[in-house]
Design a protein around this ligand. Sequence first.
Ligand code: HEM
Length: 484
Amino acid sequence: MMSMAANDEAADIQAIAGRGFGSLTGACYLLLRIQDRALAKPWLRSVDIASVAQARTQRLSQVCQMAFTAAGLRALGTEVTPGAGFDPQFIDGMAGDERRSHQLGDEGPNSPAHWHWGVGEQEPHILLVLLAANTSINSLAKDTCSAAVAAGCAVIGGNTPTTTTTPLGREPFGFADGVSQPEYDWSGTLTPGGARDRDYRNLLAMGELLLGYPNEYGFVNDYPAADELGRNGSYLVYRQLAQDVAGFWQWLARQAGDDDGAIALAERMVGRGLDGAPLLGLQSATITGTDDARNAFLFADDADGLVCPIGAHIRRVNPRSADDPQGRHGFVRNLISTLGFSGTAMHDAVASARFHRLSRRGRPYGPVVAPHAAMQGTGAGAGAGQESGLHFLCLNTNIARQFEFVQGAWVANAKFAGLAAEQDPLLGNRLPLAGAQPTDAFSYTDSGAWPRAIGGLPQFVTVRGGAYFFMPGLRGVARLLADG
Ligand code: HEM
């Protein structure tokens, strides 16, 4: 495979595929609907989209990235069919049908019927990701917004852009965020696929991030290959997730009886310390593709979840080697049977965590309230009454195998890994299953080595909106915006 360092490729790939731009602490996720295609296309062509090559050689003071929903491609006059190579999930959309909503946990208060954006007239066509310094994001957003409106686009949610300047590095519950990220094989050293290539590693084939390259199975996913439309593109999943920070900490304090106990329990629910450190007692391990000590661990030596609960957030969304297809633990067999895969664990690589990684690019929003202040019901200050949450954005190439699998089979699934009655402790909607079976439990082992199970977890996170976007390479963008 040609090395991804090659400049012509790097000049084609949108910059956020390569990095998160943590130094640009202001962000705006501008959601647009095209009302007049003839006006919109020339303006969109004039938008300067930063590439990986630029980000490698220049210190960018602002970054703009562009992605399209299936409805947006149609509004631009592009035919969006599986025959053209588009991902079927992308074509259907995140809120495309009830079965998908059920699978993703988008029911009850999470239901698309309650979303602030994502369906009907509030379904976006285009996402512009704007990143800049805290001091300049508002003016960049305002100017871009006025230009969009002048070019026949409507800004979803009114014509006032919503920006976030919430400090990065911590999500609103107060935990370090952005700690574990997959690395991608930009220099072309991996030969993925094959029966012997099964170990957990953090270095992944380019085809897990970008369309047109071999993936972890060793082959190239279907993608819109004609006219270079899809090569170097990716699918961007965006979910706006509101977090009930006061509700979270006050519930934990009531459960635990005191502040320290609340923090210890929250750390078990996340699966990391507040500062991002692995839970004490996990054995360290050498993992290809990471040199960060905070990520040098596996769950293989903690098969029963005595240190990191089986249902903890980070263990669900990335079970690492705990579902090693050659594993010898009960968890493996439970997971595979839970997911409905038949055959022996030895020969089934499908459940391996490496095939379900996401490159996260989200940002927090809203006022920052420290855990102790949230427990006391104080601390929001000037931001009191304002919502906090996460603009959860991630990149992947196969929405069903990556985002939907993680969200549906691991986060929202009450029977994950042989557990009963518990969804992700942070993200679950807690709705009972058919037959009234509860999903609101969390089980863990406490510091005295006692197994504990708590019931009645409230819903802490509510979906406010979401959509699947196609984020083409720069040549793909030019192709989509050509003519007219
Ligand atoms: C408001 C919602 C959420 C909160 C508060 C949250 C919080 C966290 C925290 C504190 C971590 C550990 C630090 C880190 O590795 O960055 C983490 C990791 C992670 N989260 Fe979430 N998260 C949320 C939503 C989601 C969603 C919707 C997904 C995917 C469907 C997801 C996927 C991940 C992944 C893949 C990791 C890295 C796990 C690893 O490789 O160890 N998160 N999250």
